[in-house]
Design a protein around this ligand. Structure first.
Ligand code: ZN
Length: 184
């Protein structure tokens, strides 16, 4: 009885070999994990395409009420339909209609209760080039647009409005403060 209960020295080689195996398996898991994660992110990013295209089509068609209707509630919480309408009209005036776009980069991450995707596109608009960043949320099964920004030199400061003195933008055809059109 006493013999069985005595601790036996374990072979150090066994532990070295198990240690190596653990490292090897861990290494493989990490590589596999990163690859799977990268694929997941790409898959989720491309899954936002229908939502993005629908949003941009409505913006281009001037259906700003329809575009507002489809955006995520969190965007609606911070922007009224009137503010959204004004924002989209401003972008449309400064950039003109979107002719084509190319996805440049994407990022998908899990947040409490939702997935968040951020997709960056280079876009060609009627009035020049711009970079669009579109943020989307997925709560449940549906992706919804939760943010939209356009960066372009067309948004550079053109100087004060001759009528009201407020700042105007390079691509703007009229003053967003007083509404007076700029002469060509
Ligand atoms: Zn003005």
């Amino acid at each position: 009885m006493g013999d069985e209960e005595q601790p036996r020295p374990s072979s150090p080689w066994k532990w070295v070999i198990i240690g190596c195996l653990a490292v090897a398996v861990l290494g493989t898991c990490c590589v596999g994990g990163i690859a799977a994660s990268g694929y997941f992110v790409y898959q989720q990013a491309t899954a936002t395409d229908p939502t993005v295209n629908e949003f941009l089509a409505k913006v281009k068609a001037g259906d700003r009420a329809g575009a507002y209707e489809a955006i995520d509630q969190e965007w609606k919480d911070v922007q009224t339909p009137e503010q959204f309408d004004r924002f989209i009209r401003m972008v449309d005036d400064i950039m003109g209609g979107l002719r084509s776009k190319t996805r440049q980069s994407w990022n998908v991450k899990a947040l409490p209760g939702k997935l968040q995707a951020q997709i960056v596109y280079s876009g060609t608009f009627e009035k020049g080039e711009g970079v669009m960043t579109i943020v989307l949320f997925k709560k449940g099964e549906v992706w919804r647009v939760a943010g939209f920004t356009v960066n372009s030199h067309n948004f550079d400061n053109k100087g004060p409005c001759p009528n009201c003195g407020k700042t105007t933008f390079l691509g703007a055809s009229f003053c967003y403060e007083c509404g007076k059109p700029f002469k060509e």
